[in-house]
Design a protein around this ligand. Structure first.
Ligand code: ATP
Length: 258
């Protein structure tokens, strides 16, 4: 495990991204999506990625997940397990809720009784006890995202990669899921990389908010969010820092448009 010296405190880096660039295609069709991105994420950190549409946020997550290859630079997760969660829950409609949560366990070869037990525990973690026999279409959008979260947790990953997981939910449901995610992140000692377009959401949740430039994505600012938790998305502290970050984002979008 790599050990970094940060502000005099020795901390463990679980995701180390150094000068990573990503180009899609080649020749005259080449598109530079990420340009020499460097980012270190420490054990247990909650890091939010913000940036204009198309700046490469999802690309960065897919590289960390190992779903795609970097074009240059180095990216090291120390072989840790990662789990992904998206805006769409992408549950299998023909499986029950518990069947969906059991799926990763089945793929890991966990025996029937043990995976049922573990899936029941996870449904309790996301507060869906009693809903195991339902089908996905019988649930609300927020409940489906809870199932997706339970399924991600079933992978027993150290790093949770979340790509706008609450982007399609109404504000109240999102608020509740922020509280739940914060609780689970703490209880399970997860490291989270969270992509969002919602600046307040980023400040509500993150220890850090990383601002990427318009394409090609580069890290242009790394905001430390120090307000005590739990935070409220509509608190003056969150709103104030969100306004500061929004101004910076706006300037970046305008710079790119000129
Ligand atoms: N598989 C691919 N092949 C070619 N180009 C791609 C591919 N995936 C992404 N891109 C391009 O790379 C750029 C970055 O895309 P990406 O989806 O990572 O951005 P994003 O910041 O997540 O966008 P959004 O905020 O709109 O979700 C875009 O211009 C996109 O069209």
């Amino acid at each position: 495990m790599s050990i970094l010296e940060t502000s005099g405190v020795r901390t463990a880096s679980v995701v180390r991204i150094e000068n990573v660039s990503k180009t899609y295609g080649s020749g005259s069709n080449a598109l530079l999506a990420l340009d020499r991105v460097s980012l270190d994420v420490q054990q247990g950190e909650f890091v939010c990625l913000l940036g204009a549409s198309g700046c490469g946020k999802s690309t960065l997550l897919s590289l960390v997940a190992g779903l795609d290859k970097i074009s240059s630079g180095t990216l090291d997760t120390g072989g840790r397990k990662v789990a992904l969660m998206f805006q769409e829950a992408a549950l299998f409609p023909w499986l029950s809720v518990i069947g969906n949560v059991e799926l990763p366990l089945r793929m890991q070869g966990v025996g029937k009784a043990e995976r049922r037990q573990r899936a029941l525990e996870l449904l309790e973690v996301v507060r869906l006890e009693g809903f195991g026999d339902k089908r996905p279409h019988e649930l609300s959008g927020g409940m489906r995202q809870r199932v997706a979260l339970a399924r991600a947790l079933a992978q027993d990953a150290d790093i949770l990669l979340m790509d706008e997981p609450f982007g399609a939910l109404d504000a109240m449901t999102r608020d509740i899921l922020h509280d739940e995610l914060e609780r689970i992140w703490r209880e399970q000692n997860l490291t989270v990389l969270f992509v969002t377009h919602n600046v307040r959401e980023a400040v509500r949740l993150g220890d850090r908010v990383i601002l990427l430039s318009s394409r090609p994505g580069r890290v242009i600012e790394d905001f430390a969010i120090k307000h005590p938790r739990p935070r409220r998305i509509d608190s003056p502290e969150v709103s104030g820092q969100a306004a500061e970050i929004t101004d910076r984002l706006r300037a970046e979008v305008a710079r790119h448009a000129n």
